[in-house]
Design a protein. Structure first.
Length: 336
């Protein structure tokens, strides 16, 4: 973040970060709606448009918007990425230069309504750190709506943060969240989950969802597959990011114990056969339990070893990365 170089009085109240990918028809209207909708909540804000490798005239439009000076219009800053790196990378690039005390992220396709900003800001003023939009009446085809409902249920069940619409592109949060929550790949949709895991307070507000006016959706079936894989990543990061051996070690210990029990049983059985207490029917070497027990023991040992190696990596990285989040501080008075 760049805000540490600005005096508090000169910082805008809000930075609007918008990732852009082939949205040349929407940008002018988007800026007009932002200037009209955002000013219902704050008077001083900035807009950062991040061109994520567009192949149309989006960058030309962004350049024109950044050079246009109008009274009562927020300044527009443009960032052009060398190629399409993805939404999370575009948001990260925008948040790095953001100077506002709050950050509003929304999509450039005009489906997110900037007029909903005051409702989100109300929750921030009520003490929340992250406010997630909820497209209560979603104007998307059924083959996108129903898989999204299942996905949202899975996110709530696996992470403990139950929201109706984790995929909503309209989110408002404090700059402290942007500093502490690192996003990459497709993790932008999990900003509330990652913030919740750091102890930030998360709220949800029903927002207006509008039909797409220009272009077409950039997402397909692959998005849902990537979302499920990212959900596993986030679940592991939030649950075991600082203690990976608890996950890998538990799995490894379970397989190792099962393998040892199987091998122990076969060892006792072999001794009983050798002493004549049990009549041999099937040789020990031909029993499937032997192969299963050896495989379980090896798998368990490998998982335990990986857990210990992961702990070493986390311990080394923890020297530079904080494993906690500070809300506020206070100091006692001293006599001079």
């Amino acid at each position: 973040m760049n805000d540490q170089n600005l005096p508090a009085a000169n910082r805008p109240a809000l930075s609007v970060v918008v990732p852009v990918f082939n949205e040349q028809e929407s940008l002018v209207q988007l800026i007009d709606e932002l200037n009209a909708g955002i000013r219902k909540g704050v008077t001083k804000f900035e807009v950062i448009l991040v061109d994520d490798g567009s192949t149309d005239e989006s960058w030309r439009v962004i350049t024109q918007l950044s050079q246009t000076v109008e009274s009562n219009a927020a300044p527009v800053t443009g960032i052009r990425l060398r190629r399409n790196f993805g939404k999370a990378a575009a948001l990260t690039a925008g948040m790095k230069i953001a100077t506002g005390k709050l950050i509003l992220m929304l999509d450039a396709d005009l489906q997110d309504d900037p007029a909903e900003f005051p409702a989100l800001l109300k929750q921030i003023n009520a003490g929340y750190d992250v406010v997630n939009g909820w497209k209560q009446r979603r104007l998307d085809p059924w083959h996108k709506v129903y898989p999204s409902k299942v996905f949202n249920w899975m996110v709530g069940a696996m992470t403990g943060l139950k929201l109706h619409d984790h995929n909503c592109g309209l989110k408002l949060f404090r700059t402290e969240v942007a500093r502490e929550v690192q996003i990459y790949g497709e993790l932008h949709r999990f900003i509330p989950v990652l913030a919740h895991a750091r102890g930030f307070k998360v709220a949800e507000v029903a927002v207006n969802h509008r039909p797409r006016q220009h272009g077409h959706s950039k997402y397909g079936v692959r998005r849902f597959i990537r979302g499920l894989l990212d959900l596993l990543t986030v679940t592991f990061l939030t649950g075991f990011g600082r203690r990976p051996s608890h996950a890998l070690g538990t799995i490894g210990l379970g397989f190792f114990v099962l393998g040892m029990l199987g091998l122990g049983y076969l060892s006792l059985l072999w001794l009983a056969m050798q002493t004549g207490l049990v009549q041999p029917t099937i040789p020990i070497g031909n029993r499937p339990l032997l192969a299963y027990s050896i495989a379980a023991s090896l798998l368990g040992g490998q998982a335990l070893s990986l857990g210990l190696l992961a702990e070493l990596i986390v311990a080394n990285n923890s020297r530079t990365a904080d494993s906690y989040s500070v809300s506020e501080t206070t100091a006692g008075k001293t006599d001079m």
